[in-house]
Ligand binder design. Structure first.
Ligand SMILES: Nc1ncnc2c1ncn2[C@@H]1O[C@H](COP(=O)(O)OP(=O)(O)OP(=O)(O)O)[C@@H](O)[C@H]1O
Ligand SMILES: [Mg+2]
Length: 393
């Protein structure tokens, strides 16, 4: 593993035959030996490569080995390279080099002892490889620490998202429970009342007139339950991309006219009134059932949040667009909420104050977008709201 690390050795001597002899001694497959005939040559090699060690001849014309070593110690890139001096002089000369303190230094004496040369080079190369391997390990550790940090951050943000999703689900469950209970309570009360009349043989409670009214009330409660369930199913269809659009040619004006007739009981119940401005037929290819759902959502909202004000509905074409507008004069929507209300479960009003899941506009926008159209709102708080649906003709 350690010998995988390439070790470069620098040898410097002014005599080519010395270089060749030394090279032959220290060369191995896992080492590269670079030769320099002068200190200048050595310096330029030192700048290009990272050396495990340098073997410097002390006596050279021009800059000698000690001077070269001092220059090496003075340069950041080369100051830690272990140096072995080769000299013919006696040991007392060893102290002529003053850079001892700052890095490994050793001496070889001429004539060279083959064993001494080999073992010194082995020691320095091993040292180099070990420190290099250590550096790589430290770097790997640092990398993995950074990776872990990034992972941790990711985990934390996922956890936040999860917590929010759980909170949203809990809120949703409590709203659904509330919404389902309202029509069911109505139905169970009616049933108990009828049971009581039956127990008393009170036939007068079941005249045809009264039966009509009863069935109407039951139908309304059941329809509102169905609508709740349909809305929830639509949301899951939207989530899974399965909300399909089945276009056919029809007249938008006629659709809205019929819808308003069906809405008569709700308009009465809300003590409101609706005017329709739909003079000419506006024909196009859309999903009739889905578009009816959108407009019925807007009407329900106008009745719910319209504060009993008159509601104006308009159908017309403008350029290459068909448009439906539903305008009320109710509580209105502040600018800060006008985007939010199109998201699922988002409502302006306090949670249980007014019936609703906060899904109507979300589903409506998805349907209109799937048609290549837009749904927009213009409103100011206290001044009513205008919802406009634009569909491509
Ligand atoms: N015409 C309007 N006037 C004032 N506020 C409105 C109007 N229409 C919608 N809003 C606000 O936007 C919110 C979201 O409307 P949306 O139709 O999506 O849900 P919802 O009516 O609360 O419930 P759902 O339609 O699911 O029964 C409403 O809760 C209400 O606060
Ligand atoms: Mg609604």
């Amino acid at each position: 593993m350690l010998s995988n690390i390439q070790a470069k050795l620098l040898i410097v001597d002014d005599l080519p035959e010395n270089l060749l002899a030394l090279e032959a001694l220290i060369k191995r497959e896992d080492r590269m030996v670079y030769k320099a005939l002068s200190a200048d040559e050595a310096l330029s090699l030192l700048l290009q490569h990272e050396f495990a060690m340098a073997i410097l001849d002390v006596q050279m014309p021009g800059m000698n080995g000690f001077e070269l070593a001092e220059m090496m110690r003075g340069t950041e890139k080369t100051k830690n390279i272990p140096i072995v001096f080769v000299s013919a002089a006696g040991r007392e000369l060893n102290y002529a080099f003053k850079g001892y303190e700052s890095g490994a230094v050793d001496f070889l004496h001429k004539p060279l002892d083959i064993h001494a040369v080999k073992s010194k080079v082995n020691v320095f190369v091993d040292l180099y490889r070990q420190s290099k391997a250590m550096k790589q390990q430290v770097e790997a550790l640092e990398r993995s620490r950074r990776e872990q940090e990034a992972l941790l951050k990711q985990l934390q943000s996922t956890q936040l998202e999860l917590e929010q999703a759980v909170r949203m689900r809990d809120d949703f469950m409590s709203i659904v429970a509330h919404e389902v209970r309202t029509p069911l309570n109505g139905l169970i009360l009616e049933t108990q009342l009828r049971k009581m009349h039956l127990a008393r043989d009170n036939a007068a409670a079941f005249t045809l007139d009264k039966m009509h009214a009863m069935v109407d009330r039951d139908e309304r409660q059941i329809k509102s339950l169905i609508r709740l369930i349909e809305d929830m199913l639509d949301v899951s269809r939207i989530r899974t991309g399965k909300l399909s659009i089945r276009p056919s040619r029809f007249d938008l004006s006629a659709l809205v006219r019929n819808l308003l007739q069906n809405f008569a009981p709700q308009i009465d119940a809300a003590e409101s009134s609706v005017t329709l401005d739909a003079e000419t037929p506006v024909e196009g290819n859309w999903d009739e059932f889905r578009i009816e759902q959108v407009i019925s959502n807007l009407l329900t909202n106008a009745l719910r949040y319209g504060a009993k004000s008159p509601i104006a509905v308009k159908v017309y074409s403008e350029g290459d667009q068909a448009r439906v507008e539903v305008r009320d004069q109710g509580i209105g929507i502040g600018e800060e909420n006008q985007k939010r209300i199109f998201q699922q479960f988002e409502r302006v009003t306090a949670k249980h104050a007014v019936a609703g899941l906060g899904l109507g506009l979300f589903i409506s926008e998805q349907i209109v977008t799937a048609h290549g159209g837009t749904i927009t709102v213009e409103s100011r708080i206290g001044e009513g709201a205008l919802f406009r649906v634009c569909l491509p003709l």
